[in-house]
Design a binder for this molecule. Sequence first.
Ligand SMILES: [Zn+2]
Ligand SMILES: [Zn+2]
Length: 279
Amino acid sequence: MIKADLHNHTRHSHAADSVAAMAEAAQAKGLEFFGLSEHSPRPDGYLYPADYQEKLLATYGQYIDEVKSLRAAKQNNFRVLLGLEVDFMPDEEAFARRAVSGHDFDYVIGGLHFQGNWGFDYAQADWDKLDETRRRGCYVRYYRDLAALCRSGVAQIIAHPDLIKLFSADSFKRWLDTKEAEEVLAETFGLMKELDLIMEVSSAGLRKPCREIYPGPRIMELAAGLGLKICLSSDAHSTAQIAYAFDELESYCKSFGFGGSWIVEGGRQVALPFDKNHC
Ligand SMILES: [Zn+2]
Ligand SMILES: [Zn+2]
């Protein structure tokens, strides 16, 4: 059974529920480790057409305090962890570095959501305007940016490592069959291995138009072959989504040969085998 869900949001950004309600629901679902990983504030000029930045900036300190107080009240079989999801932009590395310093985070998840100032995970309509060649350009850029995120050292966990497929899953699958994809992916995921970063496997993709776990089978095979460490998450934006489809997520990971997942507590990687009794 999966015992940890490390990637979750609250109403401090664009999710539905409070920190306390999320933690309570996670405990009720039988998780042993529950990580809150609210979005980091973004640099000026990076906005979605409808955005939560103003709200987040107003209560960001409160988010940190609320999670810290739950973390301090730790129980034997349930721990709350303080995480952060950094929206990484290669041109704004100094900003990301400042965002992750100054607070006592258990871990930082690094995720890509922007190319330049375009939030690429916002609207299907944006992708409908792009032909196959331009989409492929976005995929290549995504993995180059992901490599920059790995190299930056700001994150210990790499979020949803094929989020770029969200609105163009068929084109993305065709691209995966190309020599270009093979080379770009080998470089980026090789770097993840070299730097001992943890790759997130997220059930959130099942709820999105791509209808597929992040990352898809091709990248899972590559990750398994490299011996990458993985962590599991739901990227929940409400109490109902915590540990979303975790049974499916566990069999998916096992089918590629993964024997367990990892968490990061106080900056230290900890292994959680899927079947403790059999390992
Ligand atoms: Zn994300
Ligand atoms: Zn997220």
